[in-house]
Design a protein around this ligand. Structure first.
Ligand code: SF4
Length: 320
């Protein structure tokens, strides 16, 4: 194991990237756990408004932890979530994480009533809402703005790729320009803006992905989640892989770590890195099958960054 770096990082913590747990500890002084809730939403890319069939990689069933079911009220899901985590981290605080499908896709009053049911739970101190960039209204932005005066609030946007040819290929139903415009509209509104990207989408080279780091770094985002493409059994992407195998590649662990580190070197150091990998149950995926747990991969990424004596933002250029 390499020595800890002597570099003083811009985020004033001792990890070579601007890490999410450290960021939360800076704010709250302790650990905070996200609890997923499924409010039973759908998505405009499934119900015909934007498209049908959804994004080709999407299988929302892989997202839901066992305590989370749309058949239960928000309060009951949160109660079960707290029970699930409480034995391991007694007394910790929680955020309600509206995760499945598009969590801003309903009538405004219904949305507010669901978010506020979550915020009225005695153990919840904040809200995290996952959505699409083409699915948020000025009214909702203003609501989140007001809410953020009292609570921690993050709105996470699925960007997935900065290339419209890729977004079209995966049937995403929105463009990168729409992502960019929405994120600029959310700037300085009090709540945090998160973005989600997938590495390894069909037709994208490593150079494409690294160029994406430059574009993403010019947007006013606060949090970034990245993960490797995993092809889930039964999805449209599984069929795409069968018919066009040359358009796909499964990273090896070492290839992925190398690409991720090179990406991180370009990323704006003010962006908090919330996720680097996603590990779905092995029986659900076609590939890649790495046989490692999430925390093991993160530990390897961190070790390799220390070994290379590099860090997030080392090569960042404003207005690159
Ligand atoms: S990934 Fe999100 S936007 Fe795409 S189909 Fe699934 S729920 Fe809808």
């Amino acid at each position: 194991m390499p020595e800890k770096s002597e570099t003083v990082y811009p985020w004033n913590r001792d990890r070579p990237f601007n890490d999410f747990p450290g960021f939360l500890t800076d704010i709250f002084g302790h650990r905070v756990q996200k609890l997923s809730v499924d409010a039973g939403f759908t998505c405009p890319n499934r119900d015909g408004t934007k498209g049908t069939g959804g994004c080709t990689f999407c299988d929302n069933n892989t997202f839901n932890p066992p305590y989370c079911s749309p058949r239960l009220s928000i309060t009951e899901q949160l109660n079960r979530g707290v029970t699930f985590f409480e034995h391991k981290y007694p007394g910790q605080d929680y955020f309600a994480y509206f995760q499945s499908y598009t969590n801003t896709y309903a009538d405004f009053n219904r949305l507010v009533s669901l978010y506020e049911e979550a915020l009225n739970h005695p153990r919840i101190i904040g809200l995290v809402v996952g959505t699409r960039p083409d699915c948020i209204t000025p009214e909702l932005i203003s609501y989140f703005h007001d809410l953020s005066k009292t609570y921690y609030v993050t709105v996470e946007f699925g960007i997935e790729s900065v290339y419209n040819r890729t977004l079209e290929r995966i049937n995403r139903g929105h463009t990168f320009e729409e992502s960019s415009q929405t994120i600029w509209q959310c700037k300085d509104k009090g709540f945090l803006v998160g973005a989600h990207l997938i590495f390894g989408l069909p037709g994208e080279s490593n150079d494409d992905i690294l160029s994406g780091a430059r574009l993403i770094s010019q947007l006013p985002i606060n949090l970034l989640k990245i993960h490797q493409l995993q092809i889930i059994k039964g999805t449209a992407m599984e069929k795409d892989l069968r018919y066009h195998p040359d358009d796909f590649r499964f990273f090896s662990v070492d290839e992925y770590i190398d690409l991720l580190i090179r990406f991180l070197e370009i990323v704006n150091p003010t962006v908090v890195m919330e996720r680097f990998v996603n590990v779905s149950p092995p029986d659900k995926i076609i590939g890649p099958r790495w046989g490692l747990k999430n925390f093991e991969l993160v530990a390897r990424i961190e070790r390799e960054m220390l070994r290379r004596n590099t860090w997030q933002g080392r090569l960042f250029e404003r207005n690159a």
